[in-house]
Design a binder for this molecule. Structure first.
Ligand code: NIG
Ligand code: FE
Length: 418
């Protein structure tokens, strides 16, 4: 005799004793107090006020879980990282503390190019092994989707190796990984006297191969005095689009090269950093629907003083995302919640804008707004369950361990409650 009869229309899991920050609809945080959310076959099958549940919880789901009276948000989306790299740059951190600037270090052959040497020297297993603790830290902070860029290989073989390491990091099937090809990140030493030769290699050889082999979801570039010009960036964007790959851009981080407007003209998913963004760039982004990805970790670690124009972005209705920019140079950050805090304390965003920046708008910056980023029926059941009394606590605490459980595609891991 079976102990219980399960109907196959039952939900797999139902969370109750929960408040929901759905991040959808007009209410602040899309909040539903005393709510419930259900997962079936990896998707959100139901979300709403508990009172509206059509039956007793045990009659509706095979497993009923308590959120302990805390809050459930969409799983966090870290939409801009350079998580895979060889070596570290702690020595440069010391040099900067002694007075050298990020740009001076880069021009003297340090910076990105020094990480390129260490990345080229590493085998793919080493890259996976060294990135794993960083990825684990993001997961422990509630991340269920992460974007990982290449850009430390700077030749076809080593760029593909980095993208392969990024793929392998997702092999456990407990996180969604999106990969971005960033060939135009720095000029590799062997092309020091041949900028055009390198831009051609990226546009005419690497992008066709990256597109053919399906190893990246988008193409990025570093448009900057110490990176690449707008004309060089545009050439690579044309190649990306000709091969069906969407673009995004590191723009206006250290100076204003009209990069955001260029990105918007190419229908970019996002323009990122944006400390030096000008009014025309804001207007172009608003018109194109290009997301502003703001990176407070890089602003903080480089001790920048020029703030991105948050008020103007808000007034223009440009969607704003927040990400860690986890990388060994400008942003050695593996804490998503610290980025929410810094988005508020440094950039003066509201806690609600900050959380939207790592959920709904982070999803939009990856072109995944129909799949993840809000608690809505039909989206992936990627959730973060938090031991908090109000959603603003996610931005308010610094260094606290607030995650109760992380749910990817309806499956629970990292249970820390009780
Ligand atoms: O997002 N600005 C360019 N790329 C990275 C830094 C990479 C590095 O310094 O290794 C960034 O800040
Ligand atoms: Fe970056």
């Amino acid at each position: 005799m079976p102990l219980a009869v399960y109907r196959n229309d039952m939900w797999d899991t139902l969370w109750i004793e929960a408040n929901l920050a759905t991040m959808a609809g007009p209410a602040p945080y899309g909040a539903i107090r005393d709510g419930a959310v259900a997962a079936k076959d990896g998707r959100i099958a139901w979300a709403g006020p508990r009172k509206a549940l059509p039956n007793a919880p045990e009659a509706l789901a095979r497993e009923v879980r308590s959120a302990g009276g805390g809050w459930i948000t969409p799983g966090l989306v870290d939409c801009h990282t350079h998580l895979v790299f060889g070596g570290d740059r702690a020595r440069e951190f010391e040099l900067r503390l002694e007075g050298a600037s990020y740009e001076e270090i880069a021009r003297a052959g340090g910076g990105i190019v020094s990480t390129v040497a260490a990345t080229r020297a590493a085998i793919v297993e080493d890259l996976v092994r060294s990135a794993a603790p960083r990825l684990a830290a993001l997961k422990a902070g509630g991340v269920t989707t992460v974007e990982i860029k290449s850009g430390y290989g700077l030749d076809l073989e080593n760029e593909l190796k980095q993208l392969d390491a990024a793929r392998r990091l997702g092999e456990d099937g407990d996180i969604r990984i999106r990969r971005t090809f960033l060939g135009l990140h720095a000029l590799p030493p062997e092309y020091a006297n041949d900028r055009d030769g390198y831009v051609s290699l990226v546009a005419d050889t690497m992008i066709p191969e990256v597109a053919r082999s399906g190893v990246a979801d988008a193409v990025d570039a570093f448009c900057e005095g110490i990176g690449f010009t707008a004309a060089e960036t545009e050439r690579v964007f044309m190649a990306a689009r000709a091969h069906g790959l969407p673009v995004k851009l590191h723009a206006e981080q250290l100076s204003d090269l009209d990069g955001a407007a260029l990105a918007a003209r190419h229908g970019a998913l996002s323009a990122d950093h944006l400390e030096w963004l000008n009014d025309a760039g804001i207007a172009a982004m608003a018109k194109a629907g290009t997301v502003a990805v703001l990176l407070p970790g890089a602003f903080y670690a480089l001790r920048e003083t020029k703030l991105p124009p948050i008020d103007k972005l808000r007034a223009a209705g440009v969607p704003m995302a927040i990400a860690t920019d986890c990388n060994p140079g400008s942003s050695p950050v593996a804490s998503p919640l610290l980025m929410l805090n810094m988005a508020c304390t440094l950039f003066r965003m509201t806690p609600e804008e900050a959380l939207a920046g790592m959920t709904r708008e982070g999803a939009r910056a990856l072109g995944l707004q129909d799949e993840i980023g809000t608690l809505e029926i039909g989206k992936a059941a990627d959730l973060a369950v938090w031991n908090i009394g109000e959603p603003a606590e996610l931005s308010y605490w610094i260094g606290a361990n607030l995650l109760r459980e992380r749910v990817f595609a309806g499956r629970v891991d990292g249970y820390q409650g009780e």
